[in-house]
Design a protein around this ligand. Sequence first.
Ligand code: 5AD
Ligand code: FES
Length: 355
Amino acid sequence: MNNREKELIERLLRERSLSEAEYAELIENRDGEAAGRLAEHAVETRKAVFGDAVYTRGLIEISSICKNNCLYCGIRRDNRNAERYRLTKEDILSCADEGYGLGFRTYVLQGGEDAFFSDEVLGDIVSEIKRKHPDCAVTLSMGERSRESYQALYDAGADRYLLRHETAAPEHYAKLHPKEMSFENRMQCLQDLKEIGYQVGCGFMVGSPFQTADTLAKDLKFIETFRPAMCGIGPFIPHHDTPFREERAGTAELTLFLLSVIRLILPEVLLPATTALGTIDPKGREKGILAGANVVMPNLSPVRVRRKYELYDNKICTGEESAECRGCLEARMKSVGYRLVIDRGDAPGFERNDQ
Ligand code: 5AD
Ligand code: FES
């Protein structure tokens, strides 16, 4: 680590901000020593806010049907080989009930952009979950919708919304998405969600095709200014039935480095060690926590559908052995000195006060 890198890290610690050019420099000049230094500070920062608690969210993958055609994604519309499924309200409620018994107090309903899940249908499911489990938070991750739709779902009881921005560089966005999708609309959605009152999560893939230190610097600047409550980052992993099948995967190394940087920019952010990170490295999620992450999202989907929600190749937690991801992660977190807690795990200062 050279002196300049040291200086950038010290300033990031002090000011929780660098210029875009400096973020790019920090990334380009990184080495193992810089990563170690950042991780040390990130863990210290995270411990000051969250102690040794790791929050969990029960992930329920409610539909693999999607009208979009993102070039990287295994459930893109044009993938004829993807097996499509949609969970029923009863399926989803029984996952939630089972999850409650396992200790989950947040459910994440994630799915493709599937028109079946209208505001009425999805709102009804959200309000039913909240009625049966009033001490739980519901997070939605159902893609781009209208402001009215986001409002209706918030009124139905949804607390949080995850919508990765994917990249904060418009030219890069255009290389990852088909023409009919727009960077501006994505950003508008994030703005709308925030104004409505959701705890909002943005995020991006690490090592996606055409990504550079400059596009990553824009992502970091966006995170710094947008100040999301949550931020999901994980390595890009090619899927064999997508246009990006021959592209290289992102690395655990860069993902861990960026997790530490994001923790230092936003000490209170909810930062998951993602399944994608656990897929490219068998100890990826443990390493994520040791780099400054504080959330894990075990899979709660019915085991029979898990293989069908395949955004990328070799996704973990899809076999029979994964029937109880929570227990598996509990042991993994314990192995690195952390504990899974039974808690909604809201972002500090973000509890809903209208109930
Ligand atoms: N590799 C890694 N992450 C992916 N996602 C979609 N496809 C892939 C892939 N091939 C991520 C996107 C999306 C989230 C649900 O999953 O960032 O927002
Ligand atoms: Fe799913 Fe380990 S977390 S099998």
